[in-house]
Design a protein around this ligand. Sequence first.
Ligand code: HEM
Length: 263
Amino acid sequence: MTTPEQIKFAHTPTGGECIAGVALTDAKRASKWPAYVDVAQSVTGLILGLFLFCHMAFTSSIQLGKDVFWNLCQISGGRPIFGAEQTWLHFVFVGVITLCVIIHALCALRRFPTSYKQYRDIRGHVALVHHSDTSLWFIQLCTAVVLTGMVFPHVMGMLTAPSTIDANLSSVHTYHNGMIWTLIFLVATELHGMIGLYRLAVKWDVVKGRAHGLRKTMVVVALAMIACGSLTAWTFYSNGAELAGTPAASQHYTTTNVWSINK
Ligand code: HEM
């Protein structure tokens, strides 16, 4: 039996209903899950985007010397509270960030093209619309693919051996990874993170129509982060190159300059 025409075409949606989904509340089986997933993606994206600034401050402390980096590791490892570094605290911290990365990636999966045809449609759409925000979305897609491959090896090393977050061991690790790997990882991370924060501000209308100015600011901040991160990566790399092949390459850095408060 086919649905009678007068029922099938009883209601022709208006432009507003089609575009803004005004009548979705009346739709049968309307689910709230896409909205929940969208909010989860935004919240974890915001946490990770802001985390990147803390991460940059933390890793770049090596520029001020291994002692500064050592003391920061001790503080995040709870020395001021417990009197000595607790590696389980590093595990918990890295674990929480990793969980955010996993939730964020799972929520974002539904936006990925699932066939070559869909991918080609996206490329066509980007070329047709020719708008910076659409192009930025495409950069997000490409950097997300790169990050999915690179971020898990990075955090897994720290999850399985939290004590290796160390001025000497992290340097040797960067040396063995090589500058090319590190720079690709850095550029993908900063582009994805900074474009992501910009898109969040536009999406949740924080900018109130000032997207153009914010876009320029975002590009400047992303370039500054890439420049700063490159210098930091180079410092880790050259420290690692000095240590590689010596007994110190497998030993934790020790300092006499302890300013991370003892209990
Ligand atoms: C709590 C979690 C994390 C900790 C403790 C941490 C720690 C570190 C440390 C110590 C380094 C220096 C060299 C090395 O060991 O590779 C580093 C480098 C790096 N990390 Fe992380 N990381 C964390 C999570 C992340 C995440 C989630 C991302 C990306 C989304 C990321 C991106 C990078 C990049 C691009 C570099 C190399 C460039 C640079 O030195 O700035 N990290 N990280």
